[in-house]
Design a protein around this ligand. Structure first.
Ligand code: HPA
Length: 278
């Protein structure tokens, strides 16, 4: 058995004792999206620090707890507080929630994040569904020894973002009058925000938004065969030639903008979760 499998077994055994709900949907909440938890009828909340082998988080504004409960009739698990590569964790540690989610039987993986808008027409407060990503982290969670039970060594991820889930989310946004884009997310390591030259590079590479997360978990979730949906809140206008009129990216402003979009994110997620359980 690989080290990862061994670590996951301890985590899973602990969670099986602490909680009886069997979630079908796993949700990771990005920075500033803590209020989305309000959509969950909470049964159990467990701090990451109490879960054996769960990596520790350090960033302000990230609480760090696993929440078991229901959205409507659907049993869900919410990772309230994300792990980031810039915290110094390994990619495998950053992807740990995705491994835990699939190990406890969840089949759907929904990731949310804050991102800087790069594409023309993206404005702070807009939402973007990921149709693809650019992994610019220079690393991959699947790098390293892979034991049995780990999934494929070379999983294909051309179809990482589930077309049916995207369709459901687009329809929900349209019905609610929410400005929603469909775009390519570029993952940079951070924690410094991008230089103007880097942002121009990302624009030319075909990125529509830039952030510091999500890609590690999505890769791990796809290796495990989960169906993935990922949603960005455009928190700031990152494109230099437009940004001349507005302030550079700033963590406090980013959190405030994301927090304002919380209701829209909640509405879209509730709609998607209701539809996949119907
Ligand atoms: N760059 C990277 N990550 C981000 C940004 C950004 O402009 N905004 C929110 N997360």
């Amino acid at each position: 058995m690989s080290d990862l499998r061994l670590r996951l077994t301890l985590t899973k055994n602990y969670l099986a004792k602490a909680n009886k709900l069997r979630p079908t949907v796993a949700i990771v909440l990005g920075s500033g999206l803590g209020a989305v938890v309000d959509m969950v009828d909470i049964k159990t909340a467990i701090a990451y620090k109490d879960i054996p082998n769960f990596p520790a988080t350090t960033v302000d504004g990230h609480k760090g707890r696993m929440i078991f409960g229901r959205v409507g009739a659907t049993p869900v698990v919410v990772f309230d507080g994300r792990l980031h590569y810039y915290e110094g964790l390994s990619m495998e540690q950053v992807a740990y929630p995705a491994y835990v989610a699939q190990d406890i039987g969840a089949r759907f993986f929904i990731a949310t994040n804050a991102a800087g808008g790069i594409a023309d027409g993206y404005r702070p407060g807009d939402l973007m569904l990921l149709r693809d990503h650019l992994n610019l982290l220079g690393d991959n969670p699947l790098r390293g020894a892979q034991g049995p039970g780990q999934g494929q060594r070379f999983p294909a991820i051309v179809d990482a973002y589930d077309a049916t889930l995207i369709d459901l989310a687009l329809r929900e946004a349209q019905a609610a009058g929410i400005r929603m884009h469909l775009g390519v997310y570029a993952a940079m390591t951070g924690p410094s925000y991008e230089t103007d030259a880097e942002l121009r590079m990302l624009y030319r590479l075909g990125a529509d938004a830039v952030g510091m997360s999500t890609v590690p978990e999505v890769i791990a979730a796809r290796q495990g065969g989960m169906r993935v949906l990922a949603l960005s809140v455009i928190a700031n206008d990152a494109m230099p030639r437009r940004r001349r009129r507005v302030a550079a990216a700033d963590h406090v402003a980013v959190l405030a903008e994301v927090s304002r979009a919380g209701t829209s994110v909640r509405r879209v997620l509730e709609g998607v979760i209701a539809a996949i359980s119907a």
